[in-house]
Design a protein around this ligand. Structure first.
Ligand code: SF4
Ligand code: SF4
Length: 436
């Protein structure tokens, strides 16, 4: 079987502090949940409830403000205590509803009704996906209705790419979800393909998980879409959009299959689409990989959206010692968590806490000119040079214009291998944001 990969370098890495991914545990329901009105890329939802109001499990509590926004729902029943705000590590103000759990659950533990979607038009499917607030469950979290709405994008001849590429070990939550809810992922793919009027489904699966790929393809045989399996490389950043497209174009040429433009969605997003259309419910929980050197019992957990991250760590046995750094996402691309009251949101696929020893190893020193960063950049850039330019630009030297870094997509490979632990991709990406 051929393996399709992006052509230039990248890295293979393991992380012994990632939780085992063979099964998941279910986290306790939060007595107090924090439901942010912005859990997606774009415009915050507008609250539909106020302090003192009672809410039901799955009730709309934040209304989308247009195609670049998304509905937000309560994940437990209870009463809204108050609205809260905090400034996250990036300096962004986050507004949220604080809900004290109480009353009966209408969805949890009840027999689910499965609705047929066979007779629904793409327009009706898109409406359901928007109504239940489905967004990409990783990355910035684009609203999926906008991603799939080809009437708006004007694109035709598209393929849906189901991204089951686990080049980053912190995607353990996606892997566990695929194993435990494979049928939902596949039916969610068929729904997404119909909703987006896409012509083909391509399951892109990293070669270490070939068996999973065969199961996905076999399950997909019961739907009427042409489907195929592409085995990809496992080097990071294979799951990035750019590297994924490079691998797929090689597959397209060799097989003579026209993929057209591609819409790439991950397994958690597809399971959420299944929930919205087949079960008519919003995203109430998600799989989260919880680990890092400071966590006693790392594990993949199914966590209610709105659960505070401190409670999630506590359920993993707490900390072996005071952590030096906490973040959500992957260790080298993650966003710092400065307050344990910050909640798990739709896009939180991993949270980690690391000890001082590990963090000290991460302290920046001077560049030693080793060239490791150049050797791994999948785009062929010179991260050392871009880093120095971006630093000069930040210090007011216009000659250090960051425009040359425009090809950088922030994969973080350079930063991961740098023996001096310089914050290469962070600084280079900062330079990009200045570039007009
Ligand atoms: S972050 Fe940018 S410069 Fe660094 S390896 Fe990735 S693409 Fe290259
Ligand atoms: S990897 Fe780090 S130390 Fe080596 S050349 Fe690049 S920036 Fe300098």
């Amino acid at each position: 079987m051929n393996i399709y990969s992006f052509p230039r370098v990248g890295i293979s890495f393991d992380d012994p502090t990632v939780p085992p991914r063979d099964s998941s545990t279910i986290a306790f329901l939060p007595a107090l949940s924090v439901i942010p009105l912005l859990q997606h890329a774009g415009v915050p939802a507008k609250p539909t409830v106020a302090a003192g109001d009672l809410v039901r499990e799955g009730m709309l509590v934040g209304r989308s403000q247009g195609p670049l926004s998304a509905n937000v729902h309560a994940t437990v029943p209870g009463r809204v205590i108050r609205e809260v705000s905090w400034k996250n590590a990036e300096g962004r103000i986050c507004d949220a509803l604080l809900i004290r759990m109480g009353g009966g659950f209408e969805l949890l533990g009840k027999k689910e009704t499965a609705y047929s979607w066979a007779d629904l038009s793409p327009h009706e499917l898109i409406r359901l996906i928007a109504e239940f607030g489905i967004v990409e469950m990783e990355g910035p979290g684009r609203p999926v209705a906008a991603v799939l709405n080809c009437e708006k994008t004007g694109k035709r001849d598209q393929s849906l790419v189901v991204r089951c590429v686990f080049d980053d070990p912190w995607l353990a939550s996606d892997y566990t979800l695929c194993r435990e809810r494979l049928k939902e992922v596949v039916e969610g793919s068929a729904i997404a393909a119909r909703a987006g009027r896409l012509n083909r489904i391509v399951f892109a699966v990293s070669h270490r998980e070939k068996e999973l790929g065969r199961k996905l393809l076999s399950e997909a045989a019961s739907y009427k879409f042409p489907s195929s399996l592409v085995i990809t490389g496992s080097r990071y950043p294979q799951h990035n959009q750019r590297e994924m497209e490079l691998a797929l174009r090689t597959y397209e040429r060799r097989k003579g299959i026209l993929l057209g433009s591609v819409v790439v969605l991950g397994p958690a997003t597809l399971a959420a689409i299944y929930g919205a259309v087949k079960l008519r419910k919003p995203v109430l929980d998600r799989y989260v990989a919880v680990g890092g050197s400071a966590v006693k019992n790392p594990q993949v957990m199914k966590v209610r959206i709105g659960t505070r991250i401190g409670e999630v760590f506590a359920e993993c046995g707490g900390f072996v010692d005071k952590p030096e750094r906490m973040a959500s996402g992957s260790p080298f691309l993650g966003q710092a968590v400065t307050d344990l009251d910050e909640p798990v949101i739709k896009t939180t696929y991993a949270v980690f806490a690391i000890l001082g020893r590990q963090a000290m190893e991460g302290r920046a020193r001077n560049c030693i000119g080793c060239g490791e960063c150049r050797a791994v950049c999948p785009v062929g850039l010179d991260p050392e040079e871009l880093f120095k330019r971006a630093r000069r630009f930040q210090n007011g030297d216009q000659a250090g214009s960051p425009r040359a870094s425009a090809g950088c997509h922030g994969c973080g490979c350079c930063e991961l291998v740098c023996p001096s632990r310089l914050p290469l991709s962070q600084v280079i990406a900062g330079g990009n944001s200045h570039a007009g």
